[in-house]
Design a protein around this ligand. Structure first.
Ligand SMILES: [Zn+2]
Length: 306
């Protein structure tokens, strides 16, 4: 009667041995991103090997996010932290400091800056006086929803994830290739939709669509804001309205958190209409992942400019 007992023990050990690597394999990397676009892209390349949380929602102005204790709690347990960079989310530094997590401090392997390798637009020629409130001192940081930059951003994310989980690099690369194939197919479709709109002029409230507009060869004729983050003066608005009339600008692109009353007034005086766009994943209904957000913007613009 002893033999089956030993066998049972061996069998159990065997099961335990078989389970151990499985249990290890399902340990997911805990990733925290500053903005939902990066969350969506990380989910695309990380698949079921990552658990991703974003510090902000798409309905928020990322320039003005407030550091909260709940952010520090998320960051405390993070294996990887992904920031947009280019000074869009410098507030995150205070949250990281409060989280006291060596994995994700600046320079640690678990810290990823998504702006790495991104050629920034609208880089100021001279010195920018931050005390005056300009929120784009290094150039325009709103590059994440330019579908043409997703290959670069996802490569940066894959490299960062692989630093923490080198054994999964091949899977991350495969996931990325599958995502980029999907993106490519969509890009062909979007380019076709946007083709007739080439050269059309639009005004944005804040320059958060510069990359997107440039990608599809549309022209940003001006912004409601005086400079990034700086409310307009009366003279600025008068000039803007005149430009819009002269150049036949028909739309003002806004975000849900912009001063819509002001945007509507400008649009009305210029004979244009305001259009709410998805500056980020989750900004509007239906834009709940990266491809859906871009699709929303393409179809919305095509509809109003037709
Ligand atoms: Zn901005």
């Amino acid at each position: 009667m002893r033999r089956p007992g030993v066998l049972a023990v061996l069998l159990l050990l065997g099961i335990a041995g078989a389970l151990a690597p499985a249990a290890h394999a399902i340990h997911k990397l805990r990733v925290v991103t500053t903005i939902p676009d990066l969350k969506s892209l990380t989910e695309a390349v990380g698949g079921d090997l990552v658990d991703v949380d974003s510090l902000t929602r798409g309905t928020q102005n990322f320039h003005e996010a407030e550091v909260k204790p709940s952010m520090m709690l998320k960051l405390r347990r993070a294996d990887v932290f992904i920031e947009n960079g280019a000074e869009l989310d410098t507030w995150a530094d205070a949250a990281v400091l409060g989280a006291n997590n060596g994995n994700i401090v600046r320079g640690a392997p678990g810290r990823i800056d998504a702006s790495r390798g991104i050629p920034l637009l609208e880089v100021p020629a001279g010195r920018v006086d931050r005390s005056m409130g300009d929120v784009h001192p290094l150039g325009n940081p709103h590059f994440s929803l330019d579908p043409g930059l997703a290959p670069q951003i996802t490569q940066t994310i894959v490299d960062g994830l692989a630093r923490r989980a080198p054994e999964n690099r091949a899977t991350f690369e495969q996931n990325r290739a599958a995502f980029l194939a999907k993106l490519d197919a969509e890009m062909t479709r979007w380019t076709k939709i946007m083709e007739p709109l080439k050269g059309r002029r639009v005004v944005t409230y804040h320059p958060d669509f510069s990359y997107f507009l440039a990608r599809f060869a549309l022209v940003q004729a001006g912004t409601v804001e005086d400079r990034p983050g700086i409310p307009p003066s009366a003279q600025h608005l008068a000039r803007l309205i005149k430009t819009m009339r002269d150049e036949g600008v028909k739309v003002v692109l806004v975000q849900p958190w912009n001063d819509l009353k002001l945007a509507n007034r400008v649009a009305e005086e210029a004979g244009a209409t305001t259009v709410v766009m998805a500056m980020s994943v989750g900004a509007v209904k239906g834009a709940d992942n990266y491809l859906a957000a871009i699709d929303y913007n393409v179809t919305t613009l095509a509809k109003v400019l037709r």
